[in-house]
Structure formats: structure tokens, C-alpha cells
Ligand binder design. Sequence first.
Ligand code: DGJ
Length: 715
Amino acid sequence: MIQYDAENRLFHLHNAQISCVLSLLKDELGYDELMMPYFGTPLADPSAALKQINHTNGVSFDTDRQYLPYACPTDGRGDYRPVMLRTRDAAGQRCSELFFTGYRMESGAQQLNGLPCTYAESPDEAQTLYITLRDEWTGLEAELAYTIYNDLSAVITSACYRNGGTETLVLENAGSFCLTLPGRYDMLHLHGAWGRERSVERVAPATMTRMIDSARGSSGHEHNPFAVLMDSDTTEFSGRCWGVNLVYSGDFAISVDESPFDSTRLVAGLNPRTFEWRLEPEAQFQAPQAVCVYADKGLNAMSQTFHKLYRTRLYRGPWRDRERPILVNNWEATYFNFDHEKVMQIAGTAAKLGIEMFVLDDGWFGHRDNDTTSLGDWVVDRRKLPDGLEKLVDDVHSLGLKFGLWFEPEMISPDSDLYRAHPDWCLHVTGRRRTEARNQLILDMSRSDVQDYIIEAVSTVLRSADIQYVKWDMNRNFTEAGSDWLTDGREGELAHRYILGVYRVMDAITTAFPEILFEGCSGGGGRFDAGILHYMPQIWTSDNTDAGARLKIQYGTSICYPPSAMGAHVCSHGRGNVKVRGDVALGGNFGYELDLSVQTEEDLEIMRQQVERMKKIRHTTQQGIFTRLASPFDGNLTAWQFVDDERVIVCIYRAIAPSNSVRERIRLHQIPAGNYQMPDGRIVTANELECVGVCPTFGHGDFSSDVIILEKQKD
Ligand code: DGJ
């Protein structure tokens, strides 16, 4: 998979789906600089990639720096595009030049300490190339890692920066990945806000820098740490695209710069606006991983590679491959207003419908009757649950249901015993006010004593009863992001150290309780990223459970993340009826978010059937291949399909009922050869499904849906 060609001085990372070429180029002083001249469709002759550099003949090297495909561009030497590395030396100078010093290759995938990463299950399924670069003047070294798997059209990269000099250096920028492509590209990204996360936006090429970022302390609702470069004629089913996703949950930046020299550069990494890191001699700094997926058959092919990688080599633990339980969550049913009896009412109805788990959301601890109080005091509220958590969990279990519990471990209410005991444990800048959001402050997760406290407080509750699921919430962004211990030039380390602390806590708790299914959450889907998915194989996609809004949210989310990562629940409000909401929620980890004890018998019967259907097909929706067929961002119909060896599931949704029109028809894609049984008993071939398609049966009126399940016939 990785070869070094000594004659052409290049590294070729390749499999049947992809070629990535890294090469050495002498600069005017005779030093070797590292380029990435090619990333794309497999090359028969990797040395052909060098031609993309050689057109620089006759141009002075200084000018060339403005479009050469540097693998790790730095500031201060004539490359004026976004760079990966900027250092400040003891004299305050910001110049670094990185020259090649060596390489090594190892079997397996690169593993990071303290940061989320993809992995290999056996050493022969992946290979990793490590290349070392060095700045002679400061002694700063960069070790770049590139992992390629046997069967995935992806390269996973990262950079580790080490101070090999004798004086302290400050990292002002420590990027993860740089991709430079010849030509101009559309950029696709996922933007949003609370309640409308991950909307798809495609931006035309422009000779400028386009940037998405977060400075909020988490990856955020506004921009996902994900961007795609694509040809202007690329569609869901054809054309070239390069998707880059950071395996990171904190402040990030992805810049796409189109230079006047017909070259486009993407740089992904930590956000330099909220990052600075003091690097003492011998110390090193590990930047997060970035995943770069290439497809030459459109966005669906790219998404399917991300999905497969994340489902099989990013999620960890026993829940990676298990079917996810169908749950009912009490948040939208009761908010803070519940007691033992109310919970048992909901759980009792849930059991009759075949639902498998009850999740108790916010409000079970301290004296939390509203959002002004008690975060940090993870002790059961005996006013609401007089017999305690253990009794409630036992009672729910006796109905045949699993039990799940909500936490918001990273937060502290000013009205809490924890805050009264430790007012210095929240993020704050001494002398400034402490801005509250949702009446709460953020715990200083950069402190090891705070991390230890959370590990112990959450673990104590999890040990106290047989809890099988945890919803891990996080409901506000940073303000006054300071810490008492980060002084003397280390103030800029807070944002990254916060996330490192979160990862340490998540790792400790998920490792100690491997049988518990963890679900991430952040004011809905405000921290939906590959970093969280390393610890928790599912994330609450959005607080907006309106089925119409959810079509866009789930469609956009699927561009990078697998359906098995998305929490999707049926609620009691918004567009469509309970059938349509169930058909939409089927596209993720299915559940209910309503008061089951007050539903009509008719709706309960529809829900019972939905649960029965979901149990039968969830293997296909959670582990099968997902393909988007029609976009809610483009027209009246939304459609997607799931395919595995057993069946094809086509989900079709119509927003507005047209008048005087013919029936809609949807053609399916990449259906495995064979015969399939339609719901009406007819047998159709894969060829017919692809060439002619299926006609959905919609109900009357606006906002309607059809789910067609096609069972594959045994030969
Ligand atoms: C925000 C989450 O997204 C909701 O689902 C719910 O858990 C609330 N927090 C509880 O405060």
C-alpha cells in the first residue's frame, strides 16, 4: 500500500480506489521540501504526479511557493496562502522552514494518546507512513503521519510538532492536514444553528479564502468540522470530490484558498484564533487527526466511505456492531416535571408497544425543577424519586425495559453545592464577570482535579443502579475562557486543553462501563463530530424533532456521518402525522420523545407497528449502505435508500401534494443483483429497480411519506 520510489524520490500511498503521492523537491539551497502533488483516482505510474509540479520550469522558486503543493506549509517564507504551522521563537520571529529529514513505515493505523483516532483491528489492514521534517534554525520538528487502509478510499493524517531546539517556542498555529489541488473547485460545507443543524451549502469557486470555523469551545452548531472540494459538475452520483473531516470536537478552522495561480489549498486544524501553545525544548504537541476521503463517483460514494470508516474503525466497544435499542425519552413529555409514578406510566405504555428502553432526561438530581440550578450535584432528587434511582431502575426493568439516564457533566450551576464549594472550578477570567448562558457556567475541564471529580461523580451514579444508556449533554458555548492555572503565556492553551480534558473523562467513563451505550448531545446537535463518535457511537442529531426540519438535518448530517450515528425520535408536534414522523425517524437510531401515556389508541397502534418494523429492519438501516436519492434542499421530494444482503429499504417523503400530476417515481442505485419482493408481493429485479424505479404511495394532503421494504429473494 505504501512504496518509496528512490529514483523519483516519491512515496506512493495507494489501494484499488485511491493514490496519494508525496514527493521531495529540492529548493534553491539544495534542501528537500515535502510536496503532496497528487491525491485522487489510482495512478498507474505515480511519477506522473510530479508533472503537476514540473510546470514550474522557468519560474523562480520564490514565486513558485505561491502555488506549490506543500504537505506542511509554514509562515514566513513566501507562501502567502493559509499555512499549517506558525511558530514564534524567543526573539518574537515567526519564520519556519521545514525540510525533509527521514521517514518510516509501520503496519496498522496511527494511534494517538489522549485524542480520538481511527484504528486498525489487525496490523495488515492498514499501513502508516511517518515523515519527519525539521527547521534547522529553531530545531522545530514536524512528524506527519499518513494512514491508508486496504479497502477504503481515504487517507487519515495528522501532525506532531516537537521542539528539538534549545529555546522555548510558541506554536501559533498547529494544523493537521493540507491538501493542494490544481484548478478551481466548488466547496460544500454543513452550516446551521440550534434547531437547523448541518444544512448543506455549496459555494462556487472564488479567488479568495473561504473559511469555516468554531471559536465556541466545541465544534458547534454553526459549522461542522467538515468541508468538501468538488468539481463544478460533481453530483450525488458522479464526479470528483474530496471530503475532509477533523476527528476533533473543539475549536477548529478549515480554510479553502484559491490562489491567482490556478491552485486551491485546503488547510484543516485547530483554530489559530483561540490557540497558542508554549513548547519547551524536547516537548511535543500532537494535532488532531483529519480524514480525507476521495471519490470519483460523486458525493454518495464519498459519504459511503466516511460511513464505513466511522462505523467500523472509529466507533469502539461492544455497541459498535450491536443493534441499537428503541427508546422513549421523557424530555418533551415532561421536561423537569415528573415523578416516579409519571415515569412508570410512560414506561408502562412503552413496554406494551415493544419499546426497549426508557431514558430519564434532565431534572432527576439536586433540586432541579428548572434550568437555574443543580448542575454538578449528581445526587438523586428524593422529592421526585423518593425511593431513589435504584428502585426506579428496578421498576423499569421489571417491565422488560432497559434504563437510560441524562447527564451534563461539563457544566456547573452557580446555584449548586459544587459551585459553593469550588467557585474557582468554572472557566473564568479573574476580575471579570462570569457570563451565564442557560443560567449555567462551564467547568474548567483543563484541570485534572475537575476531571477526576466528574469521573467519580458520574461513575458513582452509574455504579449505583443497573443503567444501560447515558445521554451526555453539553448546553452552552465559551465566554471568559480562562483558567487559574494557565498563566505565564499558557492562556492560549485553554480551548484545546478543555477538549483534551473532556476526552480524558469520556475515555475513563466509557472504558469503565463498556456495556453502557453512550449518546453524545449538545443543545441538540451542537457537537456532532468524529471526535465524539470515537467515544460514543451515537449523537442526538437535533432538538428540532419536526419531521420536515429533520429531513434536511438528517440529509445534511449523512453527507459525512453514518445513519447509525444519528439519534432520531418521533415527537408529538410539527408537520405530518405520527406515521410520517416515524418514517423520518427510521433514518437514524429510532425512538420516541413524547408522552406515551396520553396518546390516542389509534396512534399507539401505529407506534406499535413502527417498533415492530424497526426491530425487523434496523440491521439494514444501521449497518447497511446508505444512499441519498433526492434532496430536501432541491425540491419537493426527499428520498434515500438502505441496502444490505437481505433487503432494500426506500424512504420517500413529499412536502407539498401537487395537483393534477402523475405519480412520482424514484430510481434506486447500486442494488445488488437479484430478485426482490415488493410489499404487494410482486417480484422485481435489481435491474428494474435501478432503471425504472418505484412509485411511492402517498397519503392525502401535504407532508406525506412512504417506506418501501423490498425483501431479497433467496436464489
Ligand atoms: C438539550 C438536549 O438537546 C435536550 O434533548 C434535552 O436533553 C435538554 N438539553 C435537557 O436540558
